[in-house]
Design a binder for this molecule. Sequence first.
Ligand code: BTN
Length: 259
Amino acid sequence: MDVRLNLALVEERLATHYVGRNLMYLPQTTSTQNVARTEAQRDAPEGTTVLAEEQTGGRGRLGRAWVSPSGKNLYLTLIMRPPIRHLRALSIVTPLAIAEALEGVTGLTCRIKWPNDVLVGGRKIAGMLIETDLAGEAVKYALVGMGVNVNFDVEAAPEIAEIATSVRRELGHDCSREEVLAALLNAFEARYTDAQEGDAAFRAWRSRLETLGRRVRATLGERVEEGVAEDVDALGSLLIRRDDGTLVTVEAGDVTLRA
Ligand code: BTN
């Protein structure tokens, strides 16, 4: 059966000023990032949201694919136009908003694996991908992509079953995608506002980090850093204490949590 999102239910719960107010809903597309880029180039207003029931070419970080079956999950991209000094805040606000929304709607405890994977019980339930177009020092637009596994039967996707989860897998029953979506858009706008005004969003993100105090391996292209994740700095970079006692700052990368 083809399950369609009930947009009226989402709108009823939406408490934002601009995020999600211009919502473009697509039954199927290659990737919401592609559609959002075209819309951004046509001057779509900030907060425009492109949402698809199914993606045939869903993209993850580091060139990976994002499994995007129809009618089960949430695949969306927000068009944002932050001043350059707030661009990095998007990488903090996005996983935080996803974690807070999922926790609020489902009661599941959501943690964050640095920098921005959302985990439940150690498995990934959501991810984000930010693509940016700059004009010199100015941000033309940032495309904030989010994939949230809601009613996905993860066991039916053997390639990710070990490392991924969904609300359905954790709760043992389906949950309302409309409620999760509205809560997510509400949390995103509220936390994005916080991030521009002070450090509340940063502190909330930091306190959810599963990574801190753990032994990690960070891969940054060819470079590999291993040690204990000691803290994050004010910009969100990870501070790793190497075994020789030196401290290294990792701005971006892929982190594996060790035993
Ligand atoms: C990750 O690797 O963790 C990032 C996953 C991001 C997936 C979302 S789904 C909506 C948007 N469209 C895409 O093609 N990717 C992002």
